[in-house]
Each structure stands twice: as C-alpha cells, then as structure tokens.
Design a protein around this ligand. Structure first.
Ligand SMILES: O=C(O)c1ccccc1N[C@@H]1O[C@H](COP(=O)(O)O)[C@@H](O)[C@H]1O
Length: 210
C-alpha cells in the first residue's frame, strides 16, 4: 500500500522516514501553512532521498505560474491540489506537466463532496479525501466519518487522509480499502517537525498490510 507522509521540512527527517518505509513524501507549498517549505529547501530534502521515492508538492488555489515556478526549482514527481481547483484547471495542469501525477484533494464537508470527487476521475490520476475545517485547508488532525465513506469506490486510485495516527489507522483500514494513506499531524512533534518514533510506530502497525 502507498504510504504518504506529508509536511516534510527537514532533509534528515525525509531520509529517515523513507528508510522506515514511506513510499511518498509531501511538501507543503502553501505559504499560509506552518509546514510551508520553499522550493530550494524541498530540493535540499530531495537530494538526500532515493530516486524511487515519490515527491509531491501540495498546493492550494495556486496559479499555474506559481506551480510552474516551484517545479522549475524542485524536482517533484507529482502535484496535490488541496484548494478549490476546477476540472479545467486540472486539465491545463495536465497539458503543462503530462508526466507528473496529479492528485486532487477533496475536503469532505457533506456527503455531496463524494459526488464532487467522482467528477474529477478523468481529469486527475488520484483522488484524496481529507477532513473539512472552516479555517484550515489541511493538516487539521481531524478525521473523516469513515463509515460514511464505505460506498466510495472511484474508478481511479484514492488516498485517505485526515487525522490518521498510528493508533487509529488500522481501524480506518478495516472499514475502508483506499489505495494509500496520507498522514501529517498524526506523526508530528509540532507542525513540520516529524516525530520519528511515531513514524516507526506507524510502520510497525502497518507491517502485516504493506
Ligand atoms: O499540512 C498542511 O499544513 C496543509 C496545508 C494546506 C493544504 C494541505 C495541507 N496538508 C494536507 O493535510 C492532509 C493531512 O492532514 P492531517 O493528517 O489531518 O494532519 C494531507 O493531505 C496533507 O497533504
């Protein structure tokens, strides 16, 4: 299973998290986030990672030019759109970056959000479901109502995010069968500073399933 650890800001932590078993690292390119990292600092992390690790830049309502600028400085393998990006925006992004994975995050406030998610399936590679919070775009530590997602089976890969921790991840995976999981605040000491003990604990509890 794909395991994405998001909000990496330090090269040594990125390397250690990869060695513990993460397939994918996420870098927050949203300036208002306490986990924001500059393109130059992303590149410093990437330099110490094995080439096989997927490297996702997380954006929210950024312009095409802003995304292009970041990608010119940091060698990312994918783009996560965590704002209100339209289908047309996803298509334009695909034209500019045909080789990069496009992940569309949907923040689930009501059941209709799942219908909205389905509309993106031919416009992106992967969907991501995260919790809705009125003030924060992501990294909220809030879980989704997993029971309400049991019928969610999009015709493309999807990742479960939102408040996952080493303590609750198995319960989520018992109820749902996402293609991967995405954790940030649940494996942190403070925003952007990952807790390697918690990350190790995560891979220990996941070890029968990954
Ligand atoms: O983490 C952030 O600060 C952030 C800011 C803006 C958009 C997305 C952000 N993070 C995303 O939030 C989820 C995980 O959150 P958590 O596990 O509940 O803390 C993940 O998809 C991150 O990419």
């Amino acid at each position: 299973m794909r395991v994405k650890i998001c909000g990496i800001t330090k090269p040594d932590q990125g390397k250690a998290i990869t060695e513990l078993g993460a397939t994918t690292l996420g870098f927050i390119c949203v300036p208002s986030s306490p986990r924001f990292i500059t393109p130059q600092d992303i590149q410093a992390v990437i330099q110490v990672l094995p080439k096989t690790v997927e490297r996702i830049g997380v954006f929210a309502n950024a312009s095409l030019d802003e995304i292009r600028q970041t990608l010119s400085e940091a060698k990312l393998t994918g783009i996560q759109l965590h704002g209100n990006e339209s289908l047309e925006f996803c298509d334009r992004l695909r034209q500019f970056f045909p080789d990069l994975e496009i992940i569309k995050a949907i923040r689930v406030k009501t059941p209709e959000a799942l219908d909205l998610a389905e509309t993106y399936i031919h416009h992106v590679d992967t969907l991501l479901l995260d919790a809705y919070h009125p003030q924060q775009l992501g990294g909220t530590g809030h879980t989704l109502d997993w029971h309400s997602l049991q019928q969610f089976r999009p015709a493309c890969a999807w990742l479960l995010a939102g408040g996952l921790t080493p303590e609750n991840v198995l319960e989520a995976l018992t109820l749902l069968k996402p293609d991967g999981i995405d954790l940030s605040s649940g494996v942190e000491c403070s925003p952007g500073d990952k807790d390697l003990t918690k990350v190790a604990q995560l891979f220990q509890v996941l070890s029968p399933s990954v």
